[in-house]
Write a protein of this length. Structure first.
Length: 234
């Protein structure tokens, strides 16, 4: 007898890049799920705080068990539904590739991603340019060497991997928001010139259907501009 499919409910917000990670995972795994949108602009309801006392998204209910935090949820899903995203640890070379993916994601998030956020919400043009330079320099030094064999995705894969699941929502914003005036467009030409491996990888990631699926570019751009104005007034 075939085991019943697990019952999955995702609490999310389509404008949140962290929740977006889980959407990429579920799209690649083609796992059916129920979805509930959480309005992040108002206090959370008592009902949602019972699911996630932190009041953040995403949260996932999997057969009655609650998981929170985007990386934990995405990695759980990759393990629960073995696929092309990541090998099992006991597969030939599996443990090593999982370690490489974990290192890549940690480097991207801990070294580069915060600078991108700071550039978006800096108060002066000089600060914006400073953070952009720092971002590009970090990409060149820390991330570019890790993508030497991307084809077009991590480690020579022709399909998304867990590396893209956990970074794709941020890469998508990097490749789309500058055209809306949120950041100077030269950030992309600088990356093309100085970090071609990263640029080619990021360009492929930003066009993949599983990455773009829930993304409303105009809405995200408008909301980001609102936050920029508040930041400058503050």
């Amino acid at each position: 007898m075939t085991a019943a499919a697990p019952k999955i409910k995702l609490y999310t917000n389509h404008g949140c890049p962290w929740a977006h990670r889980v959407h990429i995972s579920l799209a690649e795994l083609q796992v059916p799920f129920e979805e509930e949108s959480i309005d992040l602009s108002v206090p959370r309801t008592p009902e949602y705080l019972k699911v996630n006392p932190r009041g953040l998204v995403p949260s996932l209910v999997f057969d009655g068990e609650i998981l929170i935090e985007s990386a934990i949820i995405s990695n759980f899903l990759a393990d629960a539904f073995p696929s092309h995203l990541t090998p099992t640890s006991n597969a030939p070379g599996g443990a090593l590739l999982r370690a490489k993916i974990a290192f890549f994601v940690d480097t991207f998030i801990s070294k580069a991603n915060g600078l991108f956020s700071k550039a978006q919400f800096a108060k002066t043009d000089g600060e914006v340019e400073g953070f952009i330079k720092e971002y590009v320099d970090v990409v060149v030094k820390e991330i570019e060497p890790l993508l030497g064999n991307a084809a077009p995705f991590f480690n020579g894969s022709d399909k998304l991997t867990q590396a893209e699941v956990l970074t794709g929502s941020f890469v998508l914003r990097l490749f789309t928001l500058p055209k809306h005036g949120i950041l100077p467009e030269h950030i992309l030409s600088d990356l093309l010139a100085k970090a071609p491996n990263f640029y080619q990888w990021g360009n492929a990631v930003s066009k993949h259907a599983s990455v773009t699926g829930i993304y409303n570019e105009d809405r995200v751009a408008a909301r980001t501009k609102e936050r920029q104005e508040k930041s400058k007034r503050g």
